[in-house]
Write a protein that binds this ligand. Sequence first.
Ligand SMILES: Nc1ncnc2c1ncn2[C@@H]1O[C@H](COP(=O)(O)OP(=O)(O)OP(=O)(O)O)[C@@H](O)[C@H]1O
Ligand SMILES: [Mg+2]
Length: 296
Amino acid sequence: MWAPEFHIAEDWLQVFQELVASPGVVLVIGAPDTGKSTLAHFLVYKSIEEGFRTSYIDGDLGQSILGPPTTLGMTLPSEPPADMGELKWDRLYFIGATSPAGHLLATAVGIKRLVERAKEDKAGILVVDTTGLVAGEMGFQLKFYKIELLNPRHMIAIQKEGELEHILKALRGRKGTKVHRFSPSQRVRTRSPEVRRAYRGRIFQEYFHRCNRRTVSLDSVAFVHPQFPLLTEEGIDERFMGRLLGLNDEEYFTLALGIWEGVDRDSNEVSVLTPLDDLGGIRYLHLGHISLKITS
Ligand SMILES: Nc1ncnc2c1ncn2[C@@H]1O[C@H](COP(=O)(O)OP(=O)(O)OP(=O)(O)O)[C@@H](O)[C@H]1O
Ligand SMILES: [Mg+2]
């Protein structure tokens, strides 16, 4: 059953009917704490209940629902999910930061890759949840070009007091995307930056709780380091200590995260802390932008 503590507004049911009548990608946008993920959950739950093959795409790098922070995620649940936090991801895409600021291109590309993947997996409804970055030029760039890229059938804009207008204005006259304007539910609870930081810390801690120190040969994988485009072999040194890594497969999807623990120059092997057991599928080490210290 859909969680009884959530209030289902009349306009939620209406948008659901429109989605069923015209399925496809539905993009949910809004500032932080406007109820985006709760509404996305509702649409996922209800559509699966009605027999649709629905994918949930988690576009939030910070307060991630699928996979750890710094990743985008995609899943195709077989049952209506009572709790989104319990869902297992089907694909992850590592960005390596907890906010899209400074990583707009990677974020947009990652979402597109996950949406395409879900379509290949025959998803008929694709619910794309997003971060609350909507303000200013950066918010505009991210949301406007994401809409360009995904060409969603529906876009749900949850707005308190005009903070999405700069984006919505630019979509006037857009063909193929139905824009649904909502106000946030009265029941939305806000989360302070401290609470958000603590959440990320806890998830990382849990994620790396059962990890091992493993070695990955730089002769057998490609090392991708967007921040240091001119890096030479000699430049691979202590500066990467503690850095978060995406352990990516041949399709550039992320098998797991790792933490850089050092490099052995003689053997050309990187020491990595990771919960991943089978390292056989790793084709890329993607250097993240943040460092992590895990306490045991
Ligand atoms: N319709 C609703 N009824 C009851 N509680 C709600 C409803 N919508 C949101 N909430 C509560 O408000 C909180 C924030 O909601 P939610 O996580 O959906 O917002 P968000 O916009 O996705 O936030 P963020 O910007 O962090 O991603 C959650 O604890 C959620 O349970
Ligand atoms: Mg959310």
